[in-house]
Design a protein around this ligand. Structure first.
Ligand SMILES: [Zn+2]
Length: 318
């Protein structure tokens, strides 16, 4: 696959939008390991301009939402959980298991996009689920405990055929990245919350800020280097992303659609696509049908993340 860096044509009539598109194009140049056809996006949820100019991911909605969410489970989750006997083969297949190391870093033969939604569940999750159902699409939700009242939506997402991944319990960078032990404590807490909802702890995780985040260096230098190795040793796999709609910052639905097109114009074979279903992401809901239709027009099939998904890894920045 070829990276296309020539599709961005600055438009003086829409300078702000140009900044958005150019910023997204620039971050596609950052290389990392992962799918042969995939670039790396260095910052999760950063606005387009900040993705181009700032080293640290920022997630304003998260820090204001987690002050009251004390961890209730301090167990460190480093081993396989006991899965419940059931009829869903995903239960055993997706459970964290240190004995399984058969991760895939090769792009699939069929053009595939893996829609992923971070920071939920929230009041927007139901609308996202309904849109996905309308198009007959399965996706992946990297969940949090930012909005505890919506925890049952995790079970609802899973029941509708979507994959559940672990994002973070608190989504508070200062807390999550205070130390390696603090990270494992947080991961154990979100793993336990998900186990309560779907019966097991899934192996799929996404680091707050992605593995390439540098904001963690403010709290623990080198922690991403350590964690990115340790989580895999413990049976997890972390999924960064290949492209994003840029909804980490506030944008109109039109801007999110434009950013999606700009960020995927290279036509990669496998795209793990970052979006958010957290609180305040109504424009993502508004843009989602057009984003889906865009990928359909480009010939992509949709799939939820599983153990055969081409794993995207960013370059470690801390
Ligand atoms: Zn997040």
């Amino acid at each position: 696959m070829q990276r296309n860096t020539s599709t961005i044509t600055p438009a003086p009539v829409a300078f702000v939008r140009t900044l958005l598109l150019v910023g997204l194009a620039l971050v596609t140049l950052v290389l990392a390991t992962g799918c042969a056809a995939s670039p790396a996006k260095p910052q999760e949820e950063a606005s387009a301009q900040s993705a181009a100019s700032q080293p640290a991911a920022t997630e304003p909605e998260a820090t204001e939402s987690n002050s009251g969410d004390a961890n209730t489970d301090t167990s460190t989750n480093t081993g396989p959980t006991t899965t419940q006997a059931g009829t869903d083969p995903r239960d055993e297949e997706f459970a964290v298991d240190p004995s399984r190391t058969d991760w895939n870093f090769e792009a699939p033969e069929t053009k595939t996009v893996y829609l992923t939604f971070d920071d939920g569940p929230s009041e927007n999750t139901q609308a996202v689920l309904d849109i996905l159902d309308r198009y007959g699409i399965k996706a992946t939700f990297f969940v949090t405990n930012i909005n505890p009242d919506y925890a049952p939506m995790i079970a609802e997402c899973y029941a509708r055929g979507h994959t559940i991944g672990l994002h973070t319990y608190t989504h508070d960078y200062a807390q999550v990245y205070a130390s390696a032990d603090a990270y494992w404590e947080d991961l154990g807490s979100i793993g336990e919350l998900v186990r309560e909802q779907i019966g097991y702890v899934p192996c799929f995780i996404r680091f707050p800020g992605g593995s390439s985040n540098t904001i963690s260096a403010n709290y623990t230098p080198g922690i991403m280097t350590q964690l990115s190795s340790d989580v895999v040793d413990a049976g997890y796999q972390y999924f960064d992303w290949d492209a994003s709609c840029g909804d980490g910052a506030e944008h109109t639905a039109d801007e999110l659609v434009d950013a999606t097109i700009a960020d995927t114009s290279y036509g990669y074979q496998s795209i793990v696509f970052l979006a958010h279903d957290g609180a305040g992401k109504q424009t993502t809901v508004e843009a989602l049908p057009r984003i889906i239709e865009y990928f359909q027009e480009e010939g992509y099939q949709f799939a939820p993340i599983d153990r055969q998904t081409c794993v995207p890894h960013h370059g470690i920045g801390n």
